[in-house]
Structures are given as C-alpha cells and as structure tokens.
Design a protein around this ligand. Structure first.
Ligand code: GAR
Length: 206
C-alpha cells in the first residue's frame, strides 16, 4: 500500500476527488496518510478532517526561509514514510533540495494543457484568462511529475476541454475542474499500481 501526502492551499476539490476515489475503491493500492497546508483556513483541511484523515498546518511565518520550511516538511514526509506527494492547489514553489529528495515522487495538477499556459504566475484564473486571450480552441488539464522547473515535469495524463466563444475564465475553470477530478485519481491509481515509468521526459504507462 502506497502512503500518500496531499499538499493543499485552498478549496481542495482535487483532494476530495482523491478521497472519493479511495473510498469508492477506484484507488485500492494507496491511501492518504496526511494532508498538509501552508494556509490555516484552507478548506482542504476541513475536507480531510471530515474524512478522518490526519492534517497539519505549517505556518510559513514560523520559519526563517523557504529552505527551512521545506526541510521541516521533508522531515515530516520521511517520518510518515510517504511514497507519493500530491500537490493539489498547493500555491508554493518547492525548493530544489526538497525536489531532489523526492524525485519522481511528486505530482501536480495544472489547469491547462502543458507546456502551454504554465510557468510562474500561471495559477487559478490567470491560466484561464490567458487561454481565452490567446484564442486557442482547446484547453484542458495536465497531471505531471514535478521537476525543478515550474510546470515542466514529465506529463502523466492530459484531458482536453473545448473553449467555447462565450466562455469566461470562470466557466472554463468550472468545466476543467470536472476533468481534473477524473485525471488526478487516474494518475494516482497508476502510480500506486507501479504502472508509471519515467523515461527521459516521457511517462510510459506500463
Ligand atoms: C486547480 O484548478 C488546480 O489545477 C490549480 O489550482 C486549483 C486548485 O483547486 N492549480 C494550479 O493552478 C497550479 N499552477 P482545488 O483546491 O479545488 O483542488
């Protein structure tokens, strides 16, 4: 059984999708050991508590630097023997040292088809605004492994969503979230069943 940690900063609907996928026995080879947040009032923490999952709020103000914060977080990951770290709306860039320690074990979900519409500043509604302004007809979501770049890691799963002429950033966000809630459990299921193999930049599903 793989032990999963989920890192959230906000609403946690993707966390909920993972919780539900485990409850409904879609994911059978892993479970959520703990949910961390850098925001005290993140609703994701409530969702975890409601499902009987351990939570931890780590206050950035109590640490001198991002390095110290991530060092502490990585100690916690080790003490809980975490096999997979899922970023689910975690709005903090992880330090290089942390990324090195958990190489190939950190996943993120992004609300666009990477490598388009990713990178620094591309989060939440900013992404959907940029998508609409660009005039593209198709967008979607991407689950990927996290590497040292922002939104540049090996891609595990993508789902497409059409951009309609009358879409607003808000309607797009809503449409895409529905697909995120399918894509993230799929990626986590594959990981927990040891079916993902990273070969250079490609993730093979075996
Ligand atoms: C999701 O749409 C996720 O793709 C996005 O934040 C939202 C979190 O929602 N992540 C990013 O923009 C990362 N660059 P949730 O808290 O309801 O899961």
């Amino acid at each position: 059984m793989k032990r999963i940690a989920v890192l959230v900063s906000g609403g946690g609907t993707n966390l909920q999708a993972l919780i539900d996928a485990i409850k409904n026995n879609y994911i059978t080879e892993g479970y959520i050991e703990i949910v961390f947040s850098n925001k005290k009032d993140a609703y994701g923490l409530e969702r975890a508590i409601k499902s009987g999952i351990k939570t931890m709020f780590l206050d950035p103000k109590e640490f001198k630097s991002r390095e110290e914060y991530d060092e502490y977080l990585s100690g916690k990951m080790n003490s809980f023997n975490i096999d997979l770290i899922c970023l689910a709306g975690y709005m903090r860039i992880l330090t290089e040292k942390f990324l090195d320690k958990f190489k190939g074990k950190i996943m993120n979900i992004h609300p666009a088809l990477l490598p388009s519409f990713g990178g620094p500043g591309m989060y939440g509604l900013n992404v959907h605004k940029a998508v609409i302004e660009s005039g593209v007809k198709i967008t979607g979501c991407t689950v990927h492994f996290v590497n040292k770049g922002v939104d540049t890691g090996p891609i595990i799963i993508q789902k497409c969503v059409a951009v309609d002429d009358n879409d607003t950033p808000e309607t797009l966000q809503k449409k895409i979230l529905e697909y995120e809630h399918k894509a993230y459990p799929e990626a986590v299921k594959l990981f927990t069943e040891n079916r993902l193999k990273i070969v250079d930049k490609r993730v093979r599903i075996i």
